[in-house]
Structure formats: structure tokens, C-alpha cells
Design a protein around this ligand. Structure first.
Ligand code: PGA
Length: 253
């Protein structure tokens, strides 16, 4: 059974006090997660250790980093290695978010290197892909997103690729309040799974969780997550409000 994941992406938000309060409120809701349901919190680097300690006794809750560097260690001022994440017991890392691709020029090739090192250290990558509005308007979103997968994921073995979680996040839906319809999400997720099946085989593709991201909130999560190829969501804005994110976690199918 595929993992169903509600992943919070806090981005560059919250002070430590607010971050601790938010986590405490969500933990206090005592959500009883099913075996294959997970809540993941991608918190800013300085909060990783505190967040990790806070959630460690809550079943199926995990902490994620929002990024990592592609090198093992060394003279890379300001960067964070996967070895550091591993030493903090952090189990997930978000890679290739569209904000990283856009503002920090992260290419598919560079992301392939980050994915390699994350897997080497047994950190599960949440690999983001998704098209900008101009591509959607030109109706070439399938080719665009397939290329992101090809250039970042196709070098992996079958064994390794199924350790990766994919998040489809159409850029025109991120932080805009404009969600893809559940049909649009399902259509793209089914297509991504087909791209993976063509390369790695159907069985492998069926094991890979594909999350939807882009203006997911309490009021639309259930409908989006109910689509057969949507395995939860990567949530920005709504993950900063405890009541919203609790409902989103409870919307996993
Ligand atoms: P949003 O962000 O939920 O605020 O649209 C999603 C994301 O960027 O991961």
C-alpha cells in the first residue's frame, strides 16, 4: 500500500516560539494515524533539532529539511549536508521546490546530485516538479514535467527510485489561492505514474507516492486526496495554521 503523506512546508516563516506552539497544537490533537499515513513537517534549518525532539514520540510524524547541499562536507559556507540531517535523525528532505528552482537557479542536473546524496544517507527526498503558467497555457505541461523526472530521476535503479516521494506542484497554483481542480491533479498524477511505469515498470510506479501541492487547504484537501493517483499533499500557507493542517492530515485517504 502506498504511503499517504500530509507534508507541511513552512518555507521561511515563523519564529521559534510560534513554530513550537504550532507543533504543540498539532501534536495535542492526538491524531490517530493509520499505518500508511504520515505527517511530515519541513521546517527551517535552525528549528530542525527542536522540532525533531518535539515530534519523536508521535506515531508517524516526521521532520523534513527544506533543502540540502549536494556535497558530503567541506568548505561550502552556509550550506547544510545530508550527513548533518542524518545526525539529527531527520528522515526527509524537500528537493527541487519551484522557489529553489526559480530564485536559486537549481537545475534538474543539480537536483539529481542532491537526490543521489540524500539516498546515500537514507534520507527520503520529496522531489518537487511542476510547470509554470506559460507552459500550462501552451498545453505542454506533460512534456515539461516528464523532462524534470527524466533529468533528475531516470538514472536511479528500480530499488532506489521507489524510495523517492514525488510532489507535483503546478507553479501557478502555489501561494496563489488557485488550486488545480481535482481532475487536473489526477490527470497529471496518472501521467507521472505512467512516465515512471514506462521507465521503471508498473509495479515500481505503483509504489511511488505522488503528492499534490498548490493551495491545498482544509476545505479542498479531502476532494484532492481522494483522487486515485494523489497520495496526499505538500502544503505551504495552510500548514502554518494548526486547525487547517490537522484537518488536512485527517483528509488522507
Ligand atoms: P501553498 O504552497 O500551499 O502555499 O500554495 C505549496 C508549496 O509551495 O509547497
Amino acid at each position: 500500500m502506498r504511503k499517504q503523506i500530509a507534508a507541511a512546508n513552512w518555507k521561511m516563516n515563523l519564529t521559534i516560539d510560534k513554530a513550537e506552539t504550532l507543533l504543540a497544537e498539532i501534536i495535542a490533537a492526538e491524531i490517530n494515524l493509520e499505518e500508511n499515513h504520515f505527517a511530515v513537517f519541513a521546517v527551517p534549518f535552525p528549528y530542525l533539532q527542536i522540532a525533531q525532539r518535539k515530534i519523536e514520540n508521535t506515531k508517524n510524524f516526521f521532520i523534513a529539511a527544506q533543502n540540502c547541499y549536494s556535497k558530503e562536507s567541506g568548505a561550502y559556507t552556509g550550506e547544510v549536508s545530508v550527513e548533518m540531517l542524518q545526525s539529527l535523525n531527520v528522515k526527509y528532505v524537500v528537493l527541487g521546490h519551484s522557489e529553489r528552482r526559480e530564485y536559486f537557479q537549481e537545475s534538474n542536473q543539480f537536483l539529481a546530485e542532491k537526490l543521489n546524496i540524500a539516498l546515500e544517507y537514507n534520507i527520503t527526498p520529496i522531489f518537487c516538479c511542476g510547470e509554470p503558467l506559460s507552459i500550462r497555457d501552451a498545453q505542454t505541461q506533460n512534456q515539461f514535467v516528464a523532462k524534470q523526472l527524466e533529468e533528475s530521476l531516470f538514472h536511479f535503479s528500480k530499488d532506489d527510485v521507489q524510495k523517492i516521494v514525488i510532489a507535483y506542484e503546478p507553479i501557478w497554483a502555489i501561494g496563489t489561492g488557485k488550486t488545480a481542480t481535482s481532475e487536473q491533479a489526477q490527470e497529471m498524477h496518472a501521467y507521472l505514474r505512467k512516465v515512471l511505469a514506462d521507465k521503471f515498470g508498473k509495479e515500481i510506479a505503483e509504489n511511488i507516492s505522488i503528492l499534490y501541492g498548490g493551495s491545498v487547504k482544509a476545505s479542498n484537501a479531502k476532494e484532492i486526496f481522494s483522487q486515485p493517483d494523489v497520495d496526499g499533499g505538500l502544503v505551504g500557507g495552510a500548514s502554518l495554521i494548526a486547525a487547517e493542517f490537522i484537518t488536512i492530515i485527517n483528509s488522507l485517504k
